[in-house]
Design a protein around this ligand. Structure first.
Ligand code: 5RP
Length: 220
């Protein structure tokens, strides 16, 4: 099976977590696109979706799925999103699609984070995928120096302005052995809007697309 087919498989598998009449949190990315397409084709009528990006909002609206503002919703049962990396405890690196800030906001509204990913995303230690960090532009160089002190090499993502008008640094050379402590520390640096480590908002379930089919990993 190709990576694209594995993404389709997990996008469809995520439908089991969508209750008719509920409001669902929806992430961003090529795997989530498959979920959105599967939801629209399924005939499951949701009361609405809270979206984590302009990209997902446009796709859902085009397919007739009602989109609500995060500020209209107090809590969500599930948030469904992909990941760039996920470890064996459900901690993730996210932000490859530059939507990490809104993803963390919507994930935080949800009772459960359901991660949908193909098997290439499962890792023992986070950090091989360049860590996305959304930053206030005037702080970008300062934050890059702070990562350099931890042997991280931060590169500005060229030509990218986030949905929030900020920039993205991609940081290589990290091995994130304690994701919770790392997230807490980087969150304190002035000018960091969001660090792409999702530890506090880790996944409770991962639907992993493998050649043998969908494996359900539970991190409860
Ligand atoms: C976007 C993300 C995505 O979930 C992540 O990049 C995975 O994307 P894809 O499903 O296209 O592999 O965090 O900001």
């Amino acid at each position: 099976m190709t990576q694209d087919e594995l993404k389709t498989l997990v996008g469809q598998a995520a439908l089991q977590y969508v209750k008719p009449g509920s409001i669902v949190g929806v992430g961003t990315g090529s795997t989530v696109d498959k979920f959105i397409d599967a939801l629209a084709a399924s005939g499951i009528k949701v009361a609405g979706a809270v979206s984590s990006s302009v990209r997902s909002t446009e796709r859902m609206k085009a397919l007739g799925i009602p989109v609500l503002e995060a500020s209209e919703v107090e809590e969500l049962g599930v948030y469904i999103d992909g990941a760039d990396e996920i470890d064996h405890a459900g901690h993730m690196i996210k932000g490859g699609g530059a939507a990490l800030t809104r993803e963390k906001i919507v994930a935080d509204l949800a009772e459960r984070f359901i991660c949908i990913a193909d098997e290439s995303k499962l890792v023992d230690t986070l950090g091989k995928f360049p860590l996305p960090v959304e930053v206030i532009p005037m702080a970008a160089a300062q934050i890059a120096r702070a990562f350099a002190a931890q042997r991280g090499v931060a590169t500005l993502r060229a030509g990218v302005v986030t949905d929030n008008g900020c920039q993205i640094l991609d940081v290589t050379g990290l091995q994130i052995r304690d994701p919770m402590a790392f997230e807490r520390e980087v969150n304190q640096w002035p000018g960091v809007v969001t660090v792409g480590v999702f530890a506090r908002n880790r996944a409770q379930i991962c639907l992993l697309g493998t050649k043998e089919g969908v494996k359900t990993l539970k991190f409860l």
